[in-house]
Design a binder for this molecule. Structure first.
Ligand SMILES: Cc1ncc(COP(=O)(O)O)c(C=O)c1O
Length: 394
């Protein structure tokens, strides 16, 4: 993509802003479902063709939502974006809008549970064939794509084991077969993502995570070329009801103003934590793509230029030791959200990935002693000290 460009911090503060006649400094929340027309003729004309900055009904579009869409598209380096009610509205909307009965999907196996449900249970009910591969194994991608496919789907960094999929390499294979590439980029974050430049046709985010970044609202976004977003995604989303609310869009706009600062601070702490826990005798394995010891460190550097805001590590002693660790934390909270300003510890085996069988969990590297840490913006030394003392107690 020759004109690929990501937003600067200046554009994250100012990009996409539309001011009303009052000249408000902070973006306005247009908390309205409908819009009044000057005349019946204007209403008719707008239903025939809605131009930029013209609105009909909030399920179709809203000025505050449009500001958020423009700003996040600038950050991702995408031509356009459609904002959705949640991350899952973005994932299910993108997949359903782009697929039809008889199509074939090749997906990475390591997926967030709800994404897995959409692929395995819902899409197959409508006659879509879904094949799963180990996302880090290029031979498996090659074999699964050999018979052809219409769509490829994967999380660019997997939840919770932080395994990367090579966006550029998989996109090359997929495009050779005419398949479109849809990337769930939550763990990579829009700050580090270059997925569009690396070949993704569509990028989806749960905006609930780093984009809001302060645990307030549920939201999502689908990004891609204008042709896909306005020609394929928008008609599906506006008629099926998964649009973002104006209030949520306003919260997300505010989140975008600070996302670069937050995510870079979170990443610096994540790296410090990963390095600090390695020598602890109770820690048997640390996964952080920013560490040279991570098997995909080079790919993480090439793809993102950073290790991200998440750290995963295994504590000796299984579930009991992991629970002792969580319960001993004093600053870090036990929860299952991620990308938040507050640091969060999750025990995937008993929460987010509880519904998988022990064999499935083992296959994905989710042991009973595994802790997934979403690193927040608290003082790094407080987080390191909290983890050290909780490990001593585990
Ligand atoms: C990788 C990934 N995709 C999608 C989602 C769904 O996002 P939401 O909870 O905003 O619907 C999540 C939520 O945790 C996620 O981790």
């Amino acid at each position: 993509m020759a004109d690929f460009k990501k937003a600067s911090r200046t554009e994250l503060v100012h990009g996409g802003t539309k001011r009303s006649q009052w000249g408000e400094l902070s973006e306005a929340i247009f908390l309205t479902q409908g819009f009044a027309y000057d005349s019946a003729e204007q209403a008719e004309a707008r239903f025939i063709k809605t131009e930029a900055d013209e609105y009909i009904y909030a399920r179709y579009g809203n000025p505050t939502v449009a500001m958020f869409e423009e700003r996040i598209a600038l950050l991702e380096g995408a031509e356009d974006a459609f904002a959705t009610a949640s991350g899952m509205a973005a994932v299910s909307g993108a997949l359903t809008a782009m697929l039809k009965a008889g199509d074939r999907v090749v997906a990475a196996r390591a997926l967030f549970g709800s994404c897995l449900y959409v692929l395995e249970t819902i899409l197959t009910r409508f006659g879509v064939e879904v094949v799963f591969v180990d996302g880090a194994d290029m031979t498996q991608w090659e074999e699964a794509l050999a018979p052809g496919a219409e769509l490829v789907f994967f999380e660019s960094m997997s939840n919770p084991t932080l395994e990367l999929v090579d966006v550029e390499a998989v996109a090359k294979l997929a495009h050779a077969k005419g398949a479109k590439v849809v990337v769930d980029n939550v763990f990579s974050t829009p700050v580090y993502s270059r997925a569009i430049e690396q070949g993704a046709d569509v990028v989806v985010y749960s905006a609930t995570k780093h984009i809001d970044g302060q645990g307030r609202t549920l939201g999502g976004v689908i990004l891609g070329s204008r042709e896909i977003i306005r020609g394929v995604i928008e008609p599906y989303m506006k008629h099926t009801g998964g649009s973002m609310s104006p209030f949520t869009a306003w919260v997300m706009l505010k989140g975008l103003e600070t996302i670069d600062l937050r995510v870079r601070a979170q990443t610096a702490s994540a790296e410090a934590i990963a390095k600090a826990v390695i020598p602890h005798p109770k820690v048997t394995r640390v996964s952080y793509p920013g560490l040279e010891s991570h098997p995909q460190h080079d790919l993480a550097q090439r793809q993102l230029g950073a290790g991200g805001t998440m750290v995963a590590f295994e504590i000796e002693g299984g579930k009991e030791a992991a629970f002792r660790f969580c319960n001993a934390l004093k600053v870090i909270l036990i929860s299952n959200n991620l990308g938040d300003a507050k640091s969060i510890a999750t025990h995937p085996a008993t929460t987010t990935h509880q519904r998988l069988s022990p064999e499935q969990r083992a296959g994905l590297g989710i042991g009973d002693g595994l802790i997934r840490l979403s690193v927040g913006i608290e003082a790094t030394e407080d987080l390191v000290a909290d983890i050290q003392q909780a490990l001593d107690e585990s």
